[in-house]
Design a protein. Structure first.
Length: 178
C-alpha cells in the first residue's frame, strides 16, 4: 500500500508494517501507477482519477490520484491467498463462531439467498469462497463482480466482470457518452 512517496506499507498477518521502500516524489508514484494500469488496458489521469481493477495475476489494484486524492496519489494492491479456506477452518481460527459456520453451511446447501457486506479487506471474498464449497457441483452459479475475485470451483459457474463506464468528455451532454 502506497500512501504517497515516503509511506509504503506491507500487510503481514493482518498488520500493516511501514517498509524502507520509498519513491522519489509524487510524480514517481504517478509514473508507476500509470504503468500498472496501462498493462491491463486502463488509464488513470485527471479525467479518470480512480481505478479499481484486477491485475493479470488475479490481484486487485486500487489507485486514486488528484484531484480526488488531496494528498497525492495512492496505490494499494491486494494479493489473494492460494490456500483454500473452509467454514470449519474459519470457525477454528475464530473468524466466525462454530454456530455461524453451521448456519452458513445449511444456507449454502439449501440454496438460500445471502447478502454478504462489509468494508474493504473485511473478508467478504474469503467468506464467499468458503461458502461456495457448499454449492452442489450440478448447480449453475453466475457471479457479477466489479473486479473478479471469487474462486468458485463449480464446473457450471460463469464469471462476469463489470466494465467501468467511460466518462463523458468535459462539457458533453450528448447521448453517445451517457
Amino acid at each position: 500500500m502506497v500512501n504517497g512517496p515516503k509511506q509504503v506499507y506491507v500487510e503481514r498477518k493482518g498488520k500493516l508494517d511501514l517498509t524502507d521502500i520509498q519513491f522519489r516524489d509524487n510524480a514517481h508514484v504517478m509514473n508507476i501507477a500509470t504503468r500498472i494500469v496501462t498493462r491491463i488496458g486502463r488509464r488513470v489521469d485527471e479525467t479518470q482519477p480512480l481505478v479499481d481493477a484486477r491485475l493479470l495475476d488475479g490481484s486487485r489494484v486500487n489507485i486514486i490520484i488528484p484531484p480526488l486524492a488531496i494528498d497525492g496519489p495512492s496505490v494499494s494492491i491486494r494479493k489473494f491467498s492460494k490456500k483454500w479456506i473452509t467454514l470449519d477452518i474459519m470457525a477454528r481460527q475464530g473468524n466466525i463462531s462454530p454456530q455461524m459456520a453451521a448456519l452458513l453451511k445449511v444456507a449454502g446447501r439449501c440454496r438460500l439467498n445471502c447478502i454478504i457486506s462489509g468494508g474493504t479487506g473485511s473478508g467478504k471474498t474469503t467468506l464467499l469462497n468458503a461458502m461456495s464449497q457448499m454449492i452442489d457441483p450440478g448447480e449453475r452459479v453466475v457471479t457479477i463482480e466489479d473486479a473478479a475475485e471469487l474462486q468458485l470451483q463449480q464446473p457450471l459457474s460463469r464469471r462476469i466482470q463489470d466494465r467501468p463506464r467511460r466518462p463523458r468528455p468535459l462539457g458533453c451532454r450528448c447521448q453517445q457518452h451517457a
